[in-house]
Design a protein around this ligand. Structure first.
Ligand code: F6R
Length: 596
């Protein structure tokens, strides 16, 4: 996720571009840049936040320009990798939000034609393509260039000899703000609200030409599209959260697009070995903290199931004090922030023990990326709410892709099973969308949980850790005491705590543990505990024995933790909201835990 802004009008562009860009800092903040067209195109960019770029800027004159705040996905955060990018002739400046999947092939071709690249980014191919296709008209050149591109984008281009900004969108947000004698284009509405509340939404496949007095939008065939502007009534603060009350809800709803981004380019890597090329390790150890540890626990089931490679788990805070074994497994460190002190210490310890290390993280250039042999990025975009939501889902996707890679390379997974698993992952954004669309199902359950002092979350097999995560989500944001339990363990102690005031949330998926789970649900119900059952949407048996039923789409059981987690996140969110808790910043907790 990155933020882009373009301005064309009669005022000094630099002031407006910086002010508007700051409203998009929630979309990324590792580097920033600006291009203003006056005497040619002048580009200024730097690593760090927008405020540090602002301090270093000279006075730049010009009434047309573009700007960018970056959340690195391809190439570390640095001045060279910051946007905008210029072509070799210095005629164009371009900013981009999204992922160009075929950038390696395009770069090779462009370099062989003589284009010189200055960054490691996927984006830079776009500006060189533009130069190669330019025949006097920037809009046509951009349309031609996009025909060669595979991936997702929101793009804005400014050029030295024109007051027009040309823009394009594919699966990344882009809105145009209509002013008087001036117009803007941006990734999101908050950037525009200081200047106008008249908004035009650009749709997938569309391009736009924006000048001070006119805006034209074109569809994929090049025909002009007529669209009426809408009037936005949000405040800037509301708009930063996409109109939602909390970042946590916004981020839960971003789950489908985060999963989609996580899969982009990586699904093909399973066979081709773009990641984890050498699979010659005998065992795997996964090390993490908190929610990331729950993802790791789910990862163990997936890796052992798909690749038959023995996998062990260790909490990062325990790993460094444990005894190493003679074998040196592949150690996978899971950390969304890449800055958790315990996980960093574990990475160093793993290397000291001679293990190969791989980090799964969401933050490009974070400390862990410098401490390990290989990095797998989850590409969920920035997460602001303290409780991990979309980053957790993408950790599950990453672990599944690694497990598929191990299974395929070790010949435990044949082509047919791999094809089915890939198709299922490709459908995952749709499945999660369906859970979000059906969120009204959870209302009765929210009421049950909000009135409770204690709650249990139970599951078996791969959904035992899913329920640990559900319990953690509820306790951290609603302050209700919640325990996750392997359903088979209830009778070994905790059953003594169950009564009519202690709700139990149970995940019952039709896998080989289903009948046992139904028995556990009956055991719990016999102690008068109200039961919330989560199962496949057509499961009448489960529906008939629980007090509240929440249905999810029929996914392959191995990926069922993903939609079930979304149900649990929504349950925790709405329960905390009902109780009036501070959802985005729960008491005593921080987003990045940098102490051991
Ligand atoms: C819970 C949560 C924490 C983190 C934990 C590890 O919602 O976010 O439990 O998962 O602090 O953080 P990372 O993944 O950044 O290492």
């Amino acid at each position: 996720m990155c933020g882009i802004v373009g301005y064309t009008g009669s005022r000094q562009a630099v002031d407006i571009l910086l002010d508007a860009l700051k409203r998009l800092e929630y979309r990324g903040y590792d580097s920033a840049g600006i291009a203003v067209c006056g005497k040619g195109v002048q580009i200024f960019k730097d690593k760090g936040e927008i405020s540090s770029l602002e301090k270093s800027l000279p006075r730049i004159h010009g009434t047309v320009g573009i700007s960018h705040t970056r959340w690195a996905t391809c190439g570390k955060p640095s001045k060279e990798n910051a946007h905008p990018f210029a072509d070799c002739t210095g005629r164009f400046a371009l900013v981009h939000n999204g992922i160009i999947e075929n950038h390696r092939q395009l770069r090779q071709k462009l370099e062989s034609e003589g284009h010189r690249f200055t960054s490691e980014t996927d984006t830079e191919v776009l500006v060189h393509l533009l130069e190669a296709n330019f025949n006097g008209d920037v809009h046509s050149a951009l349309r031609e260039s996009l025909k060669e591109v595979k991936g997702t984008y929101a793009i804005a281009v400014a050029s030295s000899d024109s007051n027009e900004i040309v823009a394009a969108r594919m699966e990344n947000p882009l809105v145009i703000g209509l002013g008087v004698g001036e117009n803007l284009v941006a990734s999101d509405v908050p950037a525009l609200l200081n200047y106008t509340n008249k908004i035009l939404h650009v749709m997938d496949g569309e391009t736009a030409v924006i000048s001070p007095d006119s805006v034209a939008i074109y569809d994929e065939s090049g025909a002009e599209v007529k669209r009426n502007p809408s009037t936005v009534t949000w405040t800037i603060e509301d708009a930063e959260k996409g109109g939602f009350e909390h970042f946590m809800l916004k981020e839960i709803l971003e789950g489908p697009s985060s999963i989609h981004n996580s899969l982009l380019g990586s699904l093909d890597g399973v066979e081709e070995g773009e990641f984890l090329q050498d699979v010659g390790f005998k065992s795997v150890k996964i090390v993490a903290c908190g929610s990331s540890f729950h993802a790791a626990m789910i990862g163990k089931y997936v890796i052992e199931n798909l690749s038959h490679i023995p996998t062990t788990l260790e909490l990062a805070s325990e790993y460094r004090y444990s005894h190493g074994t003679k074998e040196s497994p592949l150690v996978i460190l899971v950390t969304q922030s890449g800055e958790t002190a315990d996980t960093l210490a574990a990475a160093r310890e793993a290397r000291r023990r001679g293990c190969r290390t791989l980090a799964i993280t969401n933050v490009v250039g974070s400390t862990i990326t410098r401490e390990v042999d290989e990095v797998f990025y989850t590409r969920a975009g920035p997460e602001i709410g303290v409780a991990a939501t979309k980053t957790f889902l993408t950790q599950l996707v990453a672990l599944s892709l690694l497990a598929m890679r191990m299974g395929f390379a070790r010949r435990q997974l044949d082509h047919e099973r791999l094809r089915i698993l890939k198709a299922e992952l490709r459908s995952m954004p749709r499945y999660v969308e369906a859970v979000i669309d059906g969120a009204q199902q959870i209302e009765g359950s929210v009421e049950m949980l909000a009135g409770a002092r204690d709650a249990f979350f139970i599951g078996r097999n791969i959904n035992f850790p899913t329920m640990l995560e559900g319990a953690l989500k509820l306790k951290e944001i609603s302050y209700i005491h919640a325990e996750g339990y392997a359903a088979g363990e209830l009778k070994h102690g905790p059953l003594a705590l169950l009564d009519s005031r202690t709700p139990v949330v149970a995940a019952c998926i039709k896998d080989h543990t289903y009948d046992k789970m139904l028995s556990n649900v009956s055991e719990v119900a016999a102690r008068d505990s109200p039961v919330i059952g989560i199962g496949y949407e057509d499961d009448m048996d489960l529906r008939s024995i629980v007090d509240r039923f929440i249905g999810i789409p029929k996914v392959d059981p191995i990926f069922s933790p993903i939609p079930i987690t979304v149900v649990l996140q929504l349950l925790a969110y709405h329960t905390a909201k009902r109780k009036g808790c501070s959802i985005d910043k729960p008491r005593n907790l921080a987003k990045s835990v940098t102490v051991e």
